[in-house]
Ligand binder design. Structure first.
Ligand code: CA
Length: 187
């Protein structure tokens, strides 16, 4: 009985640890933003592109920082939104949160959403519900801001979790099970 409880506990841990993470370097703990890139700049050339910093973080030691309004983006293996279980990120803008994030779809379209918040501290946003259920997600982007007394933006723990797919071994087991059923029916 004790063993069973342990297995259940371990399974629970695995489920919350982003086992099927679509993104790479989700928490910037490499000390670098790569393979994230600063791919758009609406700061008129006055800002500082996204970089890794250990002066602040939501978890771990590092996060990504931007001064000005630029987009931090990462492209990945296109994944049907119906295969995505959750998408979330932690964001902090010292004065007031006033930003946008992009769902970059495989068909070339971009859905942009705005966030306004007054507390100026770290907040976690679960934006799963905004995914278009008819599309395939190929990238994610998030923006900094301009026009406040402190135009810094910090992001951390950007997660896109895919739904668990059966492992090849269990797929084979399923296939054999199906074959056995078919054979039984034919008899
Ligand atoms: Ca981190």
């Amino acid at each position: 009985m004790k063993k069973l409880i342990w297995i259940a506990a371990l399974a629970g841990v695995a489920m919350t640890a982003h086992a099927n993470e679509v993104l790479v370097n989700t928490g910037f703990e490499t000390g670098d933003v790569s393979p994230w890139v600063t791919d758009l700049d609406f700061s008129g050339g006055t800002g500082t592109a996204w970089f890794a910093t250990d002066t602040d973080s939501f978890t771990g030691k590092w996060c990504a920082e931007n001064i000005g309004n630029m987009r931090l983006a990462q492209m990945f293996t296109p994944t049907a939104t119906t295969d995505i279980s959750s998408i979330s990120f932690a964001l902090k803008q010292p004065v007031a949160i006033n930003t946008a994030y992009d769902f970059i779809y495989a068909d070339g379209s971009i859905d942009e959403f705005l966030i306004f918040e007054q507390n100026g501290d770290w907040n976690v946003y679960d934006v799963t519900a905004n995914l278009d259920p008819s599309k395939t997600l190929a990238g994610f982007g998030i923006y900094g801001l301009t026009g406040t007394a402190d135009d810094r933006s910090f992001v951390d723990d950007i997660h896109i979790d895919a739904k668990a797919v059966p492992e090849p071994a269990s797929m084979t087991a399923l296939a054999f099970g199906a074959l056995a059923l078919i054979r039984r029916r034919r008899k």
